[in-house]
Design a protein around this ligand. Structure first.
Ligand SMILES: [Zn+2]
Length: 330
């Protein structure tokens, strides 16, 4: 299959580019530092406030990452993938993914859900700190950080440019099965559709990002309630321990889908599976179980990688699901 061969090469080329930006950040030109020196006034807002019952919530963008669409839609027929991207007016050679972390303020605590990528996945991450500043907060104000899974784009900001804790006061909650797989062992990442060199850097970025917190991390089993109003939901497959989250207050809820889907165009409106899913069958059944729940109960959803601010709802269709973005609120 010629198309597959060409695409595979594109994947590899891009992965090498991604890998070299990881080297740059390892040498000390941190994505965090770069992002902090840019004026946020020159850009659109990277924060978005709303409420979930009594809970105050703010989507804080850590910026963007991305790569060849094939990585995020591993089983899509090439012609279908190209057509879907064209019909969405998206580039056919690069898919942009957002990094929508969520700050919730409840019970006197400020809880950040996902830490973001920092400089681990390219130069366009690490903006969470300027977005915290834009709402009058700093990393010191975060009491708790809850991580869905330990891929670098979810934990990269835990380490600052000096190798210390970027959120000095925060207790960090991680799924135990991911800790066991990615941190306590040298994981076999041969399932990821990228060159071996990229896999090694990916694995190293996880360990180095978590190194500053490794002595006092809180490991959770998916299904646990982290604090009143924040429950974790089993969603394994993408990684051994991945969890999704339900934030609830009174009759209001918000479902966070973590990496059950990367981009709604290829993973909600179409059923295609991300290449980085370690166990694709389990990931697919997790996705269906949680999307069905979102659609049946019409629960507002936040997609970590969806176009900012990533809020909307799932609609059940004849063939699967459709993503319906929420109206912007001032
Ligand atoms: Zn991710």
């Amino acid at each position: 299959m010629t198309a597959f061969t060409i695409n595979r090469r594109a994947v590899m080329l891009s992965a090498v580019v991604g890998a070299s930006s990881m080297i740059v950040s390892a040498l000390g030109t941190s994505g965090i530092a770069n992002a902090q020196t840019k004026s946020s006034a020159a850009r659109n807002a990277g924060h978005y406030r709303f409420r979930i019952g009594e809970i105050s919530a703010t989507v804080l963008s850590d910026g963007i990452i991305g790569g060849p669409p094939r990585i995020y839609a591993s089983d899509a027929p090439e012609a279908d993938l190209q057509e879907v991207l064209r019909l969405a007016f998206l580039p056919t050679d690069h898919l942009t993914l957002n990094l929508n972390t969520l700050l919730i303020e409840t019970g006197g605590r400020r809880i950040l859900i996902e830490a973001g990528a920092g400089g681990t996945m390219g130069p366009s991450g690490g903006r969470i700190f300027e977005n915290l500043a834009a709402i009058g907060l700093s990393a010191d104000d975060i009491d708790t950080i809850v991580i869905s899974h330990t891929h670098p784009d979810h934990v990269g900001n835990l380490r600052n440019a000096d190798g210390g804790r970027a959120f000095p006061r925060a207790t960090v909650f991680l799924p135990k099965a991911d800790w066991d797989f990615f941190v306590l062992t040298d994981p076999d990442l041969s399932y990821m559709p990228v060159p071996q060199e990229f896999r090694l850097r990916f694995a190293a970025a996880i360990k180095s990002s978590l190194e500053p917190v490794r002595n006092d991390v809180e490991l959770y089993e998916a299904g646990a309630e982290i604090v009143p109003g924040l429950t974790t939901i089993v969603a394994s497959g993408h990684t051994p321990g991945m969890a999704t989250f339900l934030v609830h207050s009174g009759n209001d809820q918000l479902l966070l889908t973590a990496d059950l889907a990367y981009h709604p165009v290829v993973n909600v409106d179409r059923p295609w599976l991300p290449g980085p899913d370690r166990d694709k069958e389990t990931a697919l059944s997790s996705r269906r179980r949680i999307f069905d729940m979102a659609a049946a109960d019409q629960i507002p959803v936040l997609g970590f990688h969806f176009p900012f601010p990533g809020l909307g709802r799932m609609l059940k269709t004849d063939g699967g699901y459709a993503w319906v973005p929420a109206d912007w609120q001032f």
